[in-house]
Write a protein that binds this ligand. Structure first.
Ligand code: GTP
Ligand code: MG
Length: 318
């Protein structure tokens, strides 16, 4: 495997901020409840994760207790911070030591500026579920403003997300992180358009197979939906990460029955949904409008045709 497809990701933040919890949910099929039994990470836990077949993610989950952090910034600094593609820095929004949290973040930036100055930085303001609903946006804005200012001093631009393991926000953040590493994104986008010329879907979404993170999507929602009267603005902006979350949970339930999830077809009043394996590394979800209110249920032949089209499209996405 070439170096280009092997990516080092640092997962950092103070102890208890939720790093190992999110790693276990996204990459190891833990539920949010399961994370309560995780112990504090000792030093660094390495995971080698295959993503989209030819990409290998080297995730360094760095235990956040002060004694370990001090060590990363001194004896271990070149080992930890060299050749990093991405830093995911997690802040606990309920922390009582915000100044200390920011000070440690600054030390992280200083080391990255020295050893990996082209590293992409993502900030997760985590455990948002613990903040009152109407205070979340304000808190996020204030905290990000401070962190952006700090980062600019070290020459980094950062991207932030409010997250929680108790809702779909985690999937939005991690989809964005992982998509930033995929080099041939335009290839997927181009082929989604091409595929849609054939099947004329309302929406097509590509998911990575094991994590169910969204890789790419096509939406014709700009065009007014004649049947439902719905336009783009009527669609839930969080629908992609919600689907990731729901299907991932569904996959876990199915695996407890000692079987595995392969495909799913749902018929609604206005549209039908097809979720199926596309390639060895991807699932596809297609939302097709019903032709008229009378034809709410597609006949079996039509359903088979769509599933067959998915099989035929496979070569475009491998
Ligand atoms: P170290 O390994 O010591 O650096 O800590 P860590 O950052 O890996 O923290 P860990 O993932 O072990 O999580 C600590 C606790 O926070 C666990 O009990 C989790 O269940 C809890 N936790 C993680 N994410 C969330 C969240 O989004 N909301 C809430 N309320 N609790 C969370
Ligand atoms: Mg941990």
């Amino acid at each position: 495997m070439s170096n280009a497809s092997r990516k080092k990701l640092l997962l950092m933040g103070r102890s208890g901020s939720g790093k190992s919890s999110m790693r276990s949910i996204i990459f190891s099929n833990y539920s949010a409840f399961d994370t309560r039994r995780l112990g504090a990470t000792i030093d660094v836990e390495h995971s080698h994760l295959r993503f989209l077949g030819n990409m290998s993610l080297n995730l360094w989950d760095c235990g956040g207790q002060d004694v370990f952090m001090d060590n990363y910034f001194t004896q271990q600094n070149s080992h930890i911070f060299k050749m990093c593609e991405v830093l995911i820095y997690v802040f606990d929004v309920e922390s009582k030591e915000v100044l200390k949290d920011i000070e440690i973040f600054q030390k992280t930036l200083a080391n990255l500026a020295k050893f990996s100055k082209n590293c992409k930085i993502f900030i997760l303001l985590h455990k948002m579920d613990l903040v009152q609903l109407d205070k979340r946006e304000e808190l996020f804005t204030i905290m990000m403003k401070t962190l952006i200012n700090q980062s600019l001093k070290y020459g980094f631009q950062i991207k932030g997300f409010p997250t929680s393991i108790w809702d779909e926000s985690l999937y939005k953040a991690w989809s964005s992180i992982v998509c930033s590493l995929i080099p041939n994104m335009e290839h997927f986008e181009k082929n989604l358009l091409k595929f849609n010329d054939i099947i004329e879907a309302e929406e097509i979404i590509l998911f990575e197979k094991t994590t169910f993170l969204v890789i790419s999507h096509f939406s014709s929602a700009q065009e007014h939906n004649l049947l439902t009267g719905a336009g783009a603005s009527d669609l839930d902006p969080k629908r992609f990460e919600k689907i990731s979350n729901i299907i991932k949970t569904y996959k876990q339930s199915v695996s407890k029955l000692r079987t595995h999830f392969q495909s799913l077809v749902l018929h609604g009043s206005f549209s039908s949904i097809f979720i199926d394996v596309l390639t060895d590394n991807m699932y596809i979800m297609i939302v097709l409008p019903n032709k008229s209110l009378e034809s709410a249920v597609r006949d079996k032949d039509e359903e088979l045709l769509i599933l067959d089209n998915i099989k035929r499209a496979r070569k475009w996405f491998e």
